[in-house]
Ligand binder design. Structure first.
Ligand SMILES: [Zn+2]
Ligand SMILES: [Zn+2]
Length: 252
């Protein structure tokens, strides 16, 4: 599977191993036309971006753009869905700092409100110990995801079910309704076959990304290709031949 653009890659600005330049060099090498640098959100406790770093990142990207005119380089972010009300850790006034917004759930995120720890983040802890969340927990997490998609111009929902189990159907339906792409993540797809087929029964569109944490993984979606063996859904993957129609850009 060859993709046109990779919209989810990490660098040393969060917990990736390469600098922006290394990711861009690899992207050029494998023939991508777009690459997004999407480090973790501004308020992530362990490896979040700091706002002052964004100026530095923009400068690096501007220099790389003149050096490599064949590729379009976007500065994005991988935000955290961090609370029961569907809050994310990129505030409304911070959105304009980014060209593309990826969002998902991550452990070690500081809860948006303290009470969210018990009503929302605890599900992830429970799931780790007991293998799956309770139905009540799953319903709450689903509600947080759906609200996040409604409220924020999330372009790509990353690695659904990773760390926090949700009901995939209402989440996929919300994505379809609001124009958020559901990610087919190059490192992990935490959906059973049944869940994936349920997702396919909705009108959701997909984006296949590497989620590279090492420069040599940029553009690598071989895991997705393998997962999709036997399915013919190329027409639903928005980043195979052109730049997807990102909702955050439409709203700008
Ligand atoms: Zn992630
Ligand atoms: Zn990521």
């Amino acid at each position: 599977m060859k993709i046109y653009g990779d919209y989810h890659t990490h660098t040393i600005y969060s917990h990736g191993k390469g600098d922006i330049r290394d990711n861009v060099l690899r992207a050029v090498e494998v023939g991508l036309k777009d690459i997004a640098i999407t480090d973790h959100g501004l308020h992530h406790v362990v490896f979040g971006l700091r706002k002052r770093k964004i100026v530095e990142m923009r400068k690096k990207i501007a220099d790389l753009k003149s050096e490599f005119p064949s590729i379009n380089i976007l500065l994005g972010v991988e935000a955290d869905i961090d609370g029961l009300g569907g809050t994310i850790d990129v505030k409304e006034e911070e959105r304009e700092l980014f060209d593309v917004i990826v969002a998902g759930y991550h452990k070690a995120v500081w809860p948006n409100r303290f009470s969210d720890f018990f009503t929302y983040h605890y599900s992830s802890v429970y799931e780790k110990v007991f293998g799956a969340p309770t139905a009540k927990m799953r319903a709450r997490s689903t509600d947080a995801y759906v609200k996040a998609i409604e409220k924020h111009p999330i372009d790509i929902l990353s690695h659904i079910n990773y760390g926090l189990g949700v009901e995939v159907k209402p989440v996929a339906e919300a994505c379809a309704e609001f124009g958020t792409y559901l990610e087919l993540n190059g490192k992990r797809i935490n959906m059973t076959r049944d869940e994936f087929e349920t997702v396919l029964s909705t009108k959701v569109q997909f984006v296949a990304d590497s989620d590279a944490h090492f420069p040599n993984k940029v553009g690598d979606t071989s895991y997705v290709e393998k997962y999709l063996e036997g399915y013919n859904i190329e027409d639903r993957i928005a980043n195979l031949y052109s730049t997807p129609d990102f909702r955050s850009r439409r709203e700008k």
